[in-house]
Structures are given as C-alpha cells and as structure tokens.
Ligand binder design. Structure first.
Ligand SMILES: [Ca+2]
Ligand SMILES: [Ca+2]
Ligand SMILES: [Ca+2]
Ligand SMILES: [Ca+2]
Length: 312
C-alpha cells in the first residue's frame, strides 16, 4: 500500500468512525467481495437461512425484479438514485439468486453504536414491494440495547413502512428522511438494525433502501436541529421575533389568569392566557432558545455566540 493510499484510507475510515456509525452513507463496499451483490463494509449481515447470508447490496439506483406474473404486471416503481453520495444499501426478501426467494424470509444488517445525550441520528429510507396486502411485508430501522438490563427502552423504532402503508405492489414516492434525538434517558449503546421481512408468504418480495445514516451533536442555537447554527436558524428566529409563547399549564383554564402557585416567575404583570392571541404557526417555542417564553435579544445572543458552529 502506498503512503498516499494509506493516508486516504485512514482519512476515509477516520471520517466514518468520527460520525459514530461505520459507513452510514453506504459509500464503502466490502473489499472482500467482488461478486454482483456487494455488501457494505462495516455492517454485520444476518445469516439464518439456507444461503447463510442476506441480500444487502450497494446500489446506485434500484429497479425491482418481480419474479411472478402478477407482480411483473403490477410493479411499476423504481428508485432513480441515492439520498446522498453515490451509493445506498438495498435489503431484499429475495434476490440472492435465481432460486433463492423461498429461502430468504428477511435480510438484515446491524452494527453496534453508542449515542450520547444531545446527539441526533438521522437518515433516509425507501420501501417498495412486489407483494400485496394479504402479506404485509415490512421494512424497519430500529435500535435495540446491547445490554437488555441496561434500563434503556427495549426498542426505539427510527423508521417503519409496510405494504399496507404504500399499497399493493407500490413504494414510497421517494426517500423519506427520519431522525431521533437522544436524551439522558435514552442515550446508550445499541444495535442499529435495518431489516426487511416477508410476512406469511416468502415468494413475493419487498425491498428496503437505506442511506445517509449519520450522528451529530445538536448545538445551542440550532433551532431547526440540523446540527449547524446558520442562516436557516436566524430565519426562524426572525419569524418569531418579539413573540410570546408561554406554557399553557401556567394558567388556570377557567379564568385564563396565571396559577398562583406556578413556579418560574416569568409572567409579566397582568398576563392573561388568551389562546386567540397565540399564533400556532409562529415558531416561537423553537426560537425561544433560553426558554423564558419570549423571543428577544437573549435568544439572538445564544444564536450569535454559536454562529456557524457545527456538530457534525
Ligand atoms: Ca450514500
Ligand atoms: Ca413477501
Ligand atoms: Ca440549524
Ligand atoms: Ca427567550
């Protein structure tokens, strides 16, 4: 290996690892496999079927391969390109070979990831089926604690789709983005699992495509929670400028006057909670960064103090 190749590989792998998820963008193929179905590097594949493997292959586009007459006529969807970068992963409940379909009930990939409080996982999926509702195949991206006794939630579903949601022989229209924010209660070490499963029948198959999985840290001042503090956040703050968004629980629902025992001391004298005066479309609750129920220079200062900070 030349020094340049070695440095490039180090940077590539380093960038991937710093993101928290190995090869979450599914750009790196498994270097040990050069056949037509090339799985992603960094992910474990389920092997509990007669083929001892899952259909988990990197694609630049996806055209389904219906095998039976009815789905050959009815399946008209395709996925023209990745959500990000140049490739994405496709999981399929068949497709490992000409005769493989009945042997593969699910295709699943997984890896272990540790998430910290204040971090966000995001990504995108696409689900398409050659099956119909009598057999409600599904695709799911979820987290399962590595230690079942850790006190973490038993399962956190990040994304889910099935035949019932998209319709017989159909797909989601395009990539569907998803995200999840970790708190003190939910931060921990999980198996990150992407799976697509046949339900009842194993002949008509379904596909789950996944791309752009990444982890970032939400910064103070990041109003739209995309992990960077920039003009988009400033725009939201300006939309809510000088608006008031008190906690409705601070007021007596009958008199609309402040509850005498409500702690916080943030109510201006004579405050009355009139729901008609609160604009539900105003992004005040998001833009109120210091949570004093008012969007003003104190919130602007938090934003400017972290201007152009990036948690990626
Ligand atoms: Ca990608
Ligand atoms: Ca099926
Ligand atoms: Ca932002
Ligand atoms: Ca505020």
């Amino acid at each position: 290996m030349t020094p340049i190749v070695r440095i490039s590989l180090f940077l590539l792998l380093g960038c991937t690892l710093w993101g928290g998820i190995r090869n979450g963008g599914f750009e790196i193929p498994d270097p040990n496999i050069t056949e037509w179905c090339i799985p992603p590097w960094g992910w474990q594949r389920a092997r509990d079927n007669a083929y001892g493997d899952s259909y988990a292959s990197l694609h630049r586009y996806l055209i389904p391969n219906p095998q039976y007459d009815r789905s050959k006529q009815e399946v008209k969807w395709s996925l023209p390109g990745p959500y990000e970068g140049r490739r994405f992963v496709v999981l399929c409940t068949g497709d490992l070979g000409e005769e493989s379909d009945p042997f593969i009930i699910h295709s699943t990939i997984r890896q272990t990831v540790t998430f910290l409080p204040g971090q966000r996982i995001s990504g995108a999926y696409f689900f398409g089926t050659c099956d119909f509702l009598q057999y409600n195949d599904y695709g799911k991206i979820y987290l399962k604690p590595v230690d079942p006794n850790s006190g973490l939630p038993e399962e956190i579903v990040l994304a889910y789709c099935d035949v019932k949601i998209v319709g017989d022989f159909k797909s989601t229209n395009t990539w569907i983005p998803f995200q999840y924010d970790f708190t003190e209660q939910t931060a921990g070490t999980y198996e990150l699992i992407c799976t697509v499963k046949d339900v009842l029948d194993t002949i008509y198959k379904s596909y789950l495509a996944v791309d752009g999985l990444s982890v970032c840290t939400i910064q103070p001042g990041d109003i739209n929670h995309d992990c960077s503090v920039d003009a988009e956040d400033f725009h939201i703050l300006s939309q809510a400028w000088l608006s008031w968004c008190p906690d409705p629980n601070a007021f007596d629902p009958n008199t609309l006057l402040p509850k005498p025992d409500y702690p916080g001391g943030m109510l201006p004298p004579g405050a009355v909670y009139d729901p008609n005066l609160i604009d539900p479309n105003c992004p005040c609750p998001q833009a109120d960064l210091n949570k004093d129920w008012f969007v003003d220079t104190l919130d602007l200062m938090i934003l400017t103090d972290h201007w152009l900070k990036n948690g990626n």
